[in-house]
Design a protein around this ligand. Structure first.
Ligand code: NAD
Length: 366
């Protein structure tokens, strides 16, 4: 069997640092063919656009795509015609037909102290956010006049059906519960969402379904996160709720994601952005990207054993007390991480070394 072809898209800010870290881990667990391409601000600088056809074609021909992050102040502009780094992400999602974004949230037992929530609140949390990725207000008609602007939210029943199918399939392999999040008391698209999800649910008699308004879901996620199994939601609600859910893990730097379509290459990337405030300092937490690489092995290239090995190595490194600065306690009166007994503050390279040191690689292909 030939080595899986992986396109690496480091992007901007901390992207190159964390993708390099994930590549080191991947090289330890298997043989891959890597090609590296530009996307986002880096592509705007090189080609005047955030995603070129050539890069999109390279991704189409790959087995999977591992992305860092895009964006940064250099490319911020209020000019609606200026190219924006995010267009690279949206172009990839559209171009590869990626409609399902999966974001597992399973706080590491070693990091319960890093979460801003009390331990008893987050204990037992193991949820999966399934976010629709190609519809809704991010893709609807928009416009701007002098002092008036509009963005339009559109969903079709077919778009809702396929993402609901992804969520119910995932729940069937987990604890068998889907919470569908909408704003059906106000939005017409949410009423279509609710009706359609009910219809899909009828085909999954062993999966329990409840509906929740998005404002309540935002509250429940911090009040009782362990009650959730699979959260199914539309594009913008999912964008916001999954960042909120990320904080249960103590840091945006811990949360991986997978974006999948119908059988073509998926895009695997950390949930966080390009962190321009710490770019180039060597202190970015690489774990969300390393865990995204694990998701890629599981969902993108059929190497579930290697995926589990990486996840276990990350957990073991954290259990040894290795921490990047973002995993430090949130209260300012707490002493700096390096002074805490048993915990060691490290940079991106050292955290990656710690994961590699814990990686159990057998002679057999994982
Ligand atoms: P961000 O996620 O980049 O950063 C938010 C905070 O989290 C910052 O303090 C940052 O230092 C910290 N952080 C993020 N990732 C970290 C990591 N791996 N290790 C340690 N700390 C980390 O969000 P932002 O500041 O709102 O956005 C910065 C840029 O990223 C913007 O241009 C935004 O458009 C872009 N962005 C890109 C993506 C993406 O590529 N998928 C997602 C969100 C934001």
């Amino acid at each position: 069997m030939s080595a899986p072809l992986i396109v690496l898209l480091p992007g901007d800010g901390v992207g190159p640092e964390i993708v390099a870290a994930a590549r080191r881990v991947l090289e330890r667990v298997g043989a891959f063919e890597f090609t590296e391409e530009v996307v986002g601000g880096a592509s705007i600088d090189a080609h005047g656009m955030a995603l070129t056809e050539q890069v999109l074609d390279a991704c189409r021909e790959a087995d999977a795509v591992l992305l860092g992050a895009v964006g940064g102040p250099k490319w911020d502009s209020t000019d609606p015609d200026a190219p924006r780094p995010e267009q690279g992400l949206l172009g990839l999602r559209k171009g590869l037909g990626l409609y399902a974004n999966l974001r597992p949230v399973h706080p590491s037992p070693a990091l319960v102290g890093a979460s801003p929530l009390r331990e008893e609140r987050i204990r037992g949390t193991d949820l999966l956010v399934v976010r629709e990725l190609t519809g809704g207000i991010y893709f609807g008609d928009r416009g701007r006049e002098a002092d008036r602007a509009h963005d339009t939210c559109v969903y079709t029943a077919a778009e809702i059906e396929r993402i609901a199918g992804t969520a119910f399939d995932a729940a069937a392999g987990r604890r068998g519960r889907v919470t569908s999040v909408d704003k059906a008391n106000v939005l017409e698209t949410s009423r279509l969402w609710r009706e359609t999800v009910d219809r899909v649910a009828a085909g999954y008699p062993r999966v329990e379904l409840d509906h929740m308004l998005v404002d309540n879901a935002a509250m429940q996620l911090v009040a009782a996160p362990a009650r959730f199994d699979v959260i199914l939601t539309e594009n913008m609600f999912g964008d916001i709720l999954s960042d909120e859910a990320a904080m249960l893990t103590g840091s945006l730097g811990m949360l991986p994601s997978a974006s999948l379509g119908d059988g073509g290459p998926g895009v695997f990337e950390p949930v966080h952005g390009s962190a321009p405030d710490i770019a180039g300092k060597g202190i970015a937490n690489p774990l969300a990207t390393i865990l995204s690489a694990a998701l890629m092995l599981r969902h993108g290239v059929g190497m579930p054993g290697a995926a589990s090995a990486i996840e276990e190595a990350v957990e073991a490194a954290l259990a040894r007390g290795i921490r990047t600065p973002d995993l430090a306690p949130v209260e300012s009166e707490v002493p700096p991480m390096s002074d805490l007994p048993g915990e060691v503050a490290v940079g991106t390279e050292e955290m990656t070394d710690a994961v590699l040191a814990e990686l159990q690689v057998s002679d057999e292909p994982l």
